[in-house]
Design a binder for this molecule. Structure first.
Ligand SMILES: Cc1cc2nc3c(=O)[nH]c(=O)nc-3n(C[C@H](O)[C@H](O)[C@H](O)COP(=O)(O)OP(=O)(O)OC[C@H]3O[C@@H](n4cnc5c(N)ncnc54)[C@H](O)[C@@H]3O)c2cc1C
Length: 384
């Protein structure tokens, strides 16, 4: 792949107007994959070309148990069923079997992206990354919804921040991103989409692909940054070799047990930065003194005596009150008003507005500890 460092304004892609970062990496001739079509293709190969391969969806794994022997490994599903195997590869994005070790070596971030209409061909096709912190990138993609329009989509992304931190600033991140996009690309037209997603950044910048620390039969693929499709393919090739006992030169580079020796200070700083504020929330007051004041469609964290609870009021005024304690390591979640989720500032677990786990490492819902649903009509205050 051709990668070029653009280190002067003259070398930047078209329309660089007053752009703060003069350092860019340009990746030309990129292959572009539609993730769902790619996944569909893989599932077709697995089920049609391989014998005895079945794919089970909607099956939640509660527990992974490694016998630490040649007997193998088994998982327990949320319905209490046991599935046995010789080896298991956990591709659950954030490993669900690990409580601490892996999460001291990586951090979960929210990342933001926006897609603008542009005339086809007006901006050269490539992926550009700047070297700011947090970084920004842009790339182009087809407009599948209207291929005849003569337009394509310019995707501008970045502005990442630690999940569960600086939650009030999230809307500003979109504003900043749009501002940046329009400054840099005056040709950017109508804003068609905006969205955010989760990425896991390893402290030493390389993914973790291989045997889970302390296990004999459990393999993990995680810490993919924003390049998960590439890294997971490397992971699949590597782990296949590890399972079959075939030598692979990548084994040590990606080994999940490797130490973060290249930058121990960043390792310590990161772990202090996420752990201390997370537990300090226990002694702080709630966000909302009176939940009757909470607007429909909004959420918050309240204090009830010694406890802190997560609260969401739906558009009918029904209140959903449930535990604010993240089941992963008992830190307190915070309300994310932009995405209407409850996010854990310690390791980045996320829960939807009704307390259902949507991002690991937490592997169970907030509602399992405590949950109360209070319809509007049973409360004294009416809701508009
Ligand atoms: C804005 C954005 C842009 C990106 N751009 C790129 C890019 O250009 N190139 C690139 O390569 N990557 C990119 N990435 C990264 C890439 O999208 C991710 O790394 C990748 O999607 C992660 O895939 P995954 O299979 O590991 O995790 P997921 O897609 O999250 O899949 C994990 C699966 O595990 C399941 N699961 C979790 N827990 C359990 C459980 N207990 N039991 C059973 N199942 C469970 C989940 O339901 C889910 O289906 C981008 C990411 C973002 C957010």
């Amino acid at each position: 792949m051709t990668v070029q460092l653009l280190d002067s304004k003259e070398q930047l892609p078209v329309y660089p107007v007053d752009y703060p970062s003069p350092h860019w990496l340009k990746f030309s001739n990129q292959g572009q994959f539609h993730p769902l079509k790619y996944l569909f293709g893989i599932s077709q190969i697995l089920t049609k070309k391989l014998q005895n391969c079945k794919i089970y969806t909607n099956t939640h794994v509660n527990e992974v148990v490694d016998d630490e022997s040649d007997k193998g490994v088994y998982v327990i599903t949320s319905e209490g069923k046991r599935v046995d195997g010789k080896k298991i590869v956990l591709g659950t994005y954030a490993p669900i079997n690990d409580r601490i070790t892996m999460y001291t070596k990586m951090a979960e971030y929210r990342t933001y992206a926006m897609a603008f209409e542009v005339e086809k061909g007006i901006i050269p096709r490539a992926l550009y990354w700047d070297t700011d912190k947090p970084y920004n990138y842009h790339r182009l993609t087809d407009d599948d919804t209207n291929p005849q329009s003569g337009k394509e989509l310019l995707i501008v992304g970045g502005k990442d921040n630690l999940t569960g931190h600086n939650l009030g600033e999230f809307e500003d991140r979109y504003t900043d991103l749009e501002d940046l996009a329009r400054k840099k690309f005056p040709v950017a037209g109508k804003l068609r989409y905006r969205w955010s997603g989760q990425v896991i950044e390893p402290i030493d910048r390389l993914p973790f692909l291989g045997l889970n620390p302390g296990n004999k039969n459990v393999y993990i693929i995680t810490g993919d940054s924003g390049t998960g499709m590439t890294n997971q393919t490397i992971g699949a090739l590597l782990i296949k070799d590890l399972i079959y006992g075939i030598k692979n030169p990548w084994k040590h580079i990606y080994c999940p047990s490797r130490k973060m020796t290249h930058n121990p200070l960043e390792y310590i700083k990161h772990n202090l930065e996420v752990s201390i504020p997370s537990y300090l929330d226990y002694v702080k007051p709630g966000d909302c003194p009176d939940i009757e004041e909470l607007k429909p469609g909004d959420g918050c964290i309240i204090r009830e005596g010694l406890w802190k609870l997560a609260v969401y009021k739906d558009t009918n005024g029904t209140l959903y009150k449930f535990s604010a304690i993240c089941p992963h390591l008992k830190a307190l979640v915070r309300y994310n008003p932009l995405e209407k989720t409850f996010d854990c500032p310690f390791h980045g677990s996320r829960f939807d507005r009704f307390g259902k786990a949507i991002n690991g490492p937490a592997n169970s819902n907030l509602t399992e500890e405590y949950c109360e649903i209070i319809p509007a009509k049973t409360r004294t205050t009416t809701v508009e």
